[in-house]
Design a protein around this ligand. Sequence first.
Ligand code: ARG
Length: 290
Amino acid sequence: MATAATRRHYLMCRPTYFTVSYAINPWMHPDVAVDTDLAVAQWENLRRIYLDLGHEVSLIDPVPGLPDMVFAANGAVVVDGLAFGARFRHLERMPESTRYLEWFKTHGVEVGVRDAYLPLAVAEGEGDLLTTPARILAGTGFRTDPAAHRELEEYVGREVVSLELVDPRFYHLDTALAVLDDETIVYYPAAFSAGSRQVLGELYPDALLAEDADAVVLGLNAVSDGRHVVLPVQATGLARQLAERGFEPVTVDLSELRKSGGGPKCCTLEIRPEIRPEVRSGAGRSSDAR
Ligand code: ARG
């Protein structure tokens, strides 16, 4: 059963310069027209939903020539006030890395982030690195390098479990798996290798399993506050499954951003300030953010 909602703090980037001008995943077709105004309106609706749910939303300035910067989830993963930055796989997105890292360096104190670190290996933030209280679930296979999983483990001092993605449509972990509350996840089994399916089955015997029809509309790209789950409106079966388990589905249409392979979760970077200092003492080595 769903737990209570907790207030979250998100970082988002308005899609002012959004378009699809290159293809780095199977969803992207530069020859298909993109309506940037519609993308902005859909994104504004998502932001409004978060505010109406009582969450806090910070904004990072979009940059001309970086059309995928709207996918803030890829900019970092923030755990216990430690921002583990991004190193992108593709040339087109590489300049986003310093924008996000700089944001955490300059706004860190305000938002409860005490350190920011640039990984050595390819790491695409919360796109592949999903935090739960017990462990961090880490995707690999298309973008994030397994070496970055180990770097993250050292940096934040939490267990990181590597999961292998095998279907290029589900190129980031957050397109195939969502964390719903402290113990519950939902995932699309076919996106994972046999070994990773077994690991997930053992760690999460009560997980919700998504159907093909919901996975192929990026339904797994969902954001939960422990009770409300913001997910693509097209994922009708998943919304029903969530409601059956006591969650409250909140649907949103991000059809323009889906032309780049993105959904609500991709647009949302959760800032987790340092909490539970008694548990954390000793963990998290300090570093010079390079
Ligand atoms: N076009 C972007 C890319 O391929 C989409 C990123 C979506 N972000 C995510 N967290 N899944 O990199």
